[in-house]
Ligand binder design. Structure first.
Ligand code: UGA
Length: 434
């Protein structure tokens, strides 16, 4: 099938590349000429495991190409994906200007039937708005469908190629048939393509992300309470998670959720509710609790150093908002590092992928280390913010020799408390006995 993807951010790039992988001819459109040029030369603009291999293969097979011309993309594609940013407005709602401006252009440019697919995370009612804006100028038939994505950063290629479900909001049989044809190769294992109305599809995405953010936040509160009463959150998690109604996943407490999706989407749903006179009390709490959770280790660090962090050097392992990404948006490491800097600490930091992004944000306020072991050299403590695999089984002897005090503050519960204490470390984590 012939596909155009408008916007080559994270979602657009993964969507375009994976759709090319199943034999479709895909043109990706972006207004950033320099980025388009780089992609034409095979350069993947984001870090995402496995994407580079698929990218190169499909460019070489001429199934994947790039342009800055919206018109060229629209002439090529029968299905047009909108994968445009919907950043957070000052008031927390989703800024739809990119989606709506491109829709206006689409109306002027299309000459034959097209299915316009909203892939961006957009508030309920956006498909309707897009439909109306295109209809103002369109000289031909078209349909607008909502098709939210559920990709996780770090696993996006796998999630796209083997989705647990595809959600399609469509009120047109013609568009539904085309979307099913496009997605059937991805659900051969029997996972469902769920067809519903556009508004329900739009809300599904916000509801899913808000639920997951709530699940994590609930566990973070249980962890905080465990510390008060001397219970162990790992045990509680194991005990709860075996109930299939609860499930084992997404119950890991830590220093809060971050990233480009959960924080933005939870706030957008809260704001959208307010606009309709509906107060999402549960989301108000989730936002408040998560903000506090990001610095939940700070009192423990301060207390260990007797409220004097001036002149102390702290090594920080893991800066990205989660492992397998270079994304630092809303990363808990940022809040924690800012607080520590304010208290006068010196920070020696390391992350396998996110160093360039952190350097852009913090400049010369931090000391950037070449390896995880360089970061701990002569540091007074180790702080872990992201659970990259390489931090899971470090050379503890080397660690002990490098640190001037054998203390670890772990925001991701990487180590067994008994084992780490046997290694000779003082160990502070989340929701477990210190
Ligand atoms: C999330 C959703 O999982 C995807 O389904 C969705 O498509 C995507 O947002 C989006 O809206 O585009 P992502 O932001 O890549 O994906 O990251 P997750 O793996 O879901 O993790 C989100 C945050 O929750 C991270 O900060 C992570 O550290 C935290 N988390 C996750 C926990 O603190 N505990 C857990 O048990 C799981």
């Amino acid at each position: 099938m012939k596909i155009a993807v408008i916007g080559t951010g994270y979602v657009g790039l993964v969507t375009g590349t994976c759709l090319a992988e199943t034999g479709n001819e895909v043109i990706c459109v972006d207004i950033d000429a320099a980025k388009v040029e780089k992609m034409r030369n095979g350069e993947v603009p984001i870090y995402e495991p496995h994407l580079d291999v698929l990218f190169e293969r499909n460019i070489n097979a001429k199934r994947l190409s790039f342009t800055t011309s919206l018109e060229e993309g629209l002439n090529h594609g029968e299905i047009i994906f909108l994968a445009l940013p919907t950043p957070e407005d000052e008031d927390g709602s989703a800024d739809l200007s990119y989606v709506l401006n491109v829709s206006e252009e689409i109306g002027k440019l299309i000459k034959e039937y097209k299915v316009i697919v909203d892939k961006s995370t957009v508030p309920v009612g956006t498909a309707e708005k897009v439909q109306q804006i295109i209809a103002k100028n369109a000289q031909c038939d078209f349909d607008v469908v909502s098709n939210p994505e559920f990709l996780r950063e770090g696993f996006a290629v796998d999630d796209f190629l083997k989705p647990e479900r595809i959600v399609i909001g469509s009120s047109s049989e013609r568009a539904t048939a085309l979307m099913k044809k496009l997605y059937n190769p991805f659900v051969r294992s029997g996972n469902p393509i769920i067809i519903m109305d556009e508004k329900s599809a739009e809300l599904t995405k916000y509801a899913a992300n808000s639920f997951l953010a709530t699940k994590i936040t609930f566990m973070n509160e249980i962890a905080n309470y465990c510390e008060k009463v001397g219970a162990d959150v790992d045990m509680v998690r194991a005990g709860m998670g075996t109930d299939s109604r609860i499930g084992k996943r997404f119950l890991f407490p830590g220093i809060g959720y971050g990233g480009s999706c959960f924080p933005k989407d939870v706030k957008a749903l809260q704001k959208a509710g307010k606009n309709e006179g509906y107060d999402f009390k549960i989301l108000n709490s989730v936002i408040e609790i998560n903000a506090a959770q990001k610095t939940v280790l700070l009192p423990k660090i301060e207390s260990y150093f007797e409220n004097n962090l001036k002149g102390k050097t702290i090594a920080v392992w893991g800066l990205a908002f989660k492992p397998e990404t270079d994304d630092i948006r809303e990363a808990p490491s940022i809040d924690l590092m800012e607080a520590l800097l304010e208290k006068g600490a010196t920070l020696q930091v390391f992350d396998p992928e996110a160093m360039p992004n952190i350097e852009k944000r913090f400049g010369d306020k931090l000391k950037y280390s070449k390896s995880m072991y360089d970061a701990v050299e002569n540091a007074d403590a180790l702080l872990i913010c992201t659970e990259w695999s390489i931090f899971r089984t470090p050379d503890f002897k080397k660690l002990k020799d490098s640190l001037s005090r054998q203390v670890i503050f772990d925001g991701r519960n990487l180590y067994n408390t008994t084992d780490i204490e046997a290694e000779g470390f003082s160990y502070f984590s989340i929701g477990r006995r210190d």
